[in-house]
Design a protein around this ligand. Structure first.
Ligand code: SF4
Ligand code: SF4
Length: 222
């Protein structure tokens, strides 16, 4: 899933303070799971904005909507009536959803209400951790299912580096060395021969650094 953090309220207010009809738009997918942009958070932000404007003695209408997915045009189009009734949208979806809204509604500004952080999952209550950087050429089969691209600070493909100490990364004693995790996993899988193989030079053109990407499924009829 995509993980995000809500922007500070002051930053959102600064962006919308001159507007009179604000629509707060949530998404039922990843941002609901990471608790920054679902129906509940839409309600909380909308209430905070109403309170702020009431305290300022300003009449501002704050609407609420939560779409099934903001990264899907079909759902984004269902918001037309709500979007057209407001003069700005604050999207609590990830950066993808916010852009899909912006592309669909060319004359209504769509502002991000969250900071999109990474692709990851929940590892503890209230804690999400990065697991994938979408490199476009997955090597998990060779690394025991642990990603050195996302989890090694140096993105080393033949690790560990000399900074690995007692299972921790040189960047912090709080951070596991990804390559220690990989070695431990390969040992428990009885696959240490995979560790002995030298990983070939990775083709980074499939990654974000290689430019914007598009996945095309030939069998899908649009
Ligand atoms: S190797 Fe690439 S695609 Fe696979 S988990 Fe890591 S970043 Fe994601
Ligand atoms: S200590 Fe481990 S995780 Fe940290 S940079 Fe070196 S190999 Fe990567």
């Amino acid at each position: 899933m995509i993980v995000a953090d809500q922007k500070p309220l002051e930053e959102i207010i600064e962006r919308v303070k001159d507007r009179r009809k604000i629509l707060v738009a949530g998404c039922n997918e990843c941002v609901t799971v990471c608790e920054v942009g679902g129906r509940k958070e839409v309600g909380v932000l909308a209430s905070a904005l109403r309170l702020y404007f009431a305290n300022q003695g300003q009449e501002v209408a704050v609407g609420e909507i939560t779409l099934e997915r903001q990264c899907d045009r079909e759902y984004v189009q269902q918001a037309r009536e709500d979007v057209e009734a407001h003069d700005v949208v604050v999207s609590l979806a990830c950066g993808v959803g916010c852009q899909f809204m912006a592309e669909e509604y060319a004359t209504t500004p769509c502002l991000p209400g969250v900071n999109t952080k990474f692709m990851g999952g929940k590892v503890d209550r209230g804690i999400w951790a990065e697991r994938c950087q979408g490199c476009g050429a997955c090597i998990l089969a060779d690394t025991g299912g642990i990603c050195p691209v996302a989890r090694c600070a140096k993105r080393i493909l033949n690790g560990p580096c000399g900074g690995s100490t007692k299972g921790k990364c040189e960047i912090s004693k709080e951070v596991d060395c990804a390559w220690q995790l990989i070695v431990d996993r390969l040992k428990s899988l009885g696959r240490m021969e995979d560790y002995e193989k030298v990983a070939p030079i990775k083709d980074w053109s499939t990654e974000r650094a290689g430019g914007p990407r598009k996945a095309v499924r030939e069998d899908v009829q649009l």
